[in-house]
Design a protein. Structure first.
Length: 490
């Protein structure tokens, strides 16, 4: 081998060695990806430990010793309405249960305590109509229950003796007009009609009169003692009826809305366990208690058998707003109460859930009225909503405020689904139809019975007619809203 060949080989070896050393010291760089026009831009940056706090630029978290994390819009979601998307299998694992927002009347029950009292409208007074002397009493005392007409005392009335003698003298004369005038004079003097009749029948002076109870009830006061002198106008007895009793109760002013006079009331007394007394709210007193901030109620209870005694206690069941208008109702368990606002998780298509802020009304029996934020027919999460809300918070999804939600009047009309079919049976406003598939519903053909929204739609129809009909999905099922006869009738 000549010297020229040896030099060429040496040069080639040296070049290979230099190239290998450069390659070992400088690893190959990956090919730079071409710029992607659809590269996502972060919506914001956040600290995973405090996802509710958003930052406009990257950097170090002010809360933790860590860098902020970028948040990107999720693929397949509308950035204007961000939502949490959960598969059906995960929903089952989380125990997600849905409820429908419905329109109805909230039956709110208010429980308060009360005390029985006398009906002050059923009150009578016995007064002396002439001067006299008490000759006898009948052993009555304050607190006794007496019947109407029960004797209380015998009183000697000397002033009535002279008037009765004049009446008897005119009676012997036989002058009818004078006799009638004399009788009227006795009545005007205060004599009871029964005493005048007794004088006329017996023909003798009756100067002793028996004072009787003017009404049935409880003797509240009795000022009659043997031998005492009575003067005209003196109050001798006061009697309170017990055919009805009052139940006086106090209701917090914040819960008094919806109460009205005349509404039905139920009372339960510890003295008679297991029994319910039906009553009526007769008055909401005008003044409120300044200390307890309560309104006083007056309830009237029937007391035919006299078992209800003033002073007894009772538990009262009231239903405020029983005549109120319908409102949107929702299970109370579906509401997420943060202390500052109230949220619900609304279920949408394709397993998407979105938090919405709502304004709550009255609550009772496990249901709560929704004043703002939802529409009838919407599906909300009644169980498992807290886990979904946590996921929404981690993803930085803000709740839609109640003011952003469209009113119920703007709710979209459910889609009209159409199919062809043959009338099999007609029963009033119920049509049984052998129909083809509903393409928009994904429902195969079958024979089904549907209610009709308007009875006029079935006019002229008969069994065997071929029709094209449209149905809408309502809360209570599918209902026919459109019927058109097909031309090729058999």
């Amino acid at each position: 081998m000549n010297s020229r060949s040896i030099g060429l080989i040496t040069a080639i070896a040296l070049a290979i060695g230099v190239g290998t050393g450069y390659w070992l010291g400088h690893p190959a760089q990956p090919a730079q990806a071409p710029a992607i026009a659809t590269e996502q831009k972060p919506l914001y940056w956040y600290d995973p430990m405090y996802p509710q706090q958003h930052f406009p630029a990257p950097g170090k978290s002010p809360f933790m010793d860590m860098q902020l994390v970028a948040k990107y819009a999720e693929e397949g979601t509308d950035p204007a309405e961000p939502a949490v998307q959960i598969s059906q299998g995960v929903q089952q694992n989380l125990g997600v249960r849905l409820a429908t927002v419905s329109r109805g009347r909230l039956q709110r029950t208010l429980q308060v305590s009360g005390v029985l009292a006398f009906d002050e409208r059923d009150f009578s007074v016995l007064q002396a109509r002439t001067a006299g002397f008490v000759e006898r009493t009948y052993g009555r005392a304050t607190g006794d229950v007496v019947a109407k007409g029960a004797p209380l005392a015998d009183v000697l009335a000397p002033e009535w003796a002279g008037l009765q003698e004049e009446f008897l003298a005119l009676r012997h004369l036989g002058d009818v007009q004078l006799l009638a005038a004399a009788r009227q004079r006795l009545l005007l003097a205060g004599m009871p009609g029964e005493l005048v009749d007794r004088v006329a029948r017996s023909g003798k002076v009756q100067n002793q009169v028996t004072l009787v109870a003017p009404s049935a009830g409880v003797i509240q006061a009795l000022d009659l003692r043997p031998g005492m002198t009575v003067t005209p106008g003196a109050t001798l007895a006061r009697i309170n009826g017990i055919a009805n009793v009052w139940l006086e109760a106090a209701v917090p002013e914040a819960q008094a809305s919806g109460l009205h006079e005349g509404q039905a009331v139920e009372a339960h007394l510890p003295a008679y366990p297991g029994e319910t007394v039906q009553g009526k709210l007769t008055a909401l007193l005008a003044d409120a208690d300044l200390q307890s901030r309560t309104l006083r109620l007056r309830i009237e209870l029937p007391n035919k058998d006299g078992r209800l005694r003033p002073g007894m206690t009772a538990q009262v069941s009231l239903r405020p707003g029983e005549n109120a208008d319908d409102s949107l109702l929702l299970p109370a368990e579906a509401v997420i109460r943060t202390g500052k606002r109230d949220l619900v998780m609304v279920a949408e298509d394709q397993g998407r859930f979105r938090p919405i802020e709502v304004v709550l009304g009255q609550e009772n029996g496990g249901q709560v009225a929704i004043l703002k934020g939802l529409q009838a027919g919407q599906k909300v999460v009644a169980s498992g909503q807290f886990l979904i809300d946590s996921e929404a918070s981690l993803k930085g999804i803000e709740a839609t405020t109640a003011s952003d939600s469209p009113p119920a009047s703007q709710a979209p009309e459910p889609e009209l689904h159409q199919a062809d079919g043959r009338v099999v049976q007609i029963e009033g406003t119920q049509l049984t139809i052998d129909h083809g598939p509903f393409v928009t519903l994904g429902m195969p053909g079958m024979t089904m019975t549907f209610p009709v929204a308007d009875p006029a739609l079935v006019n002229g129809l008969k069994v065997g007619d071929r029709i094209r009909f449209g149905i809408r999905e309502r809360d209570d099922g599918m209902i026919i809203e459109q019927i058109n006869a097909l031309e090729d009738q058999p």
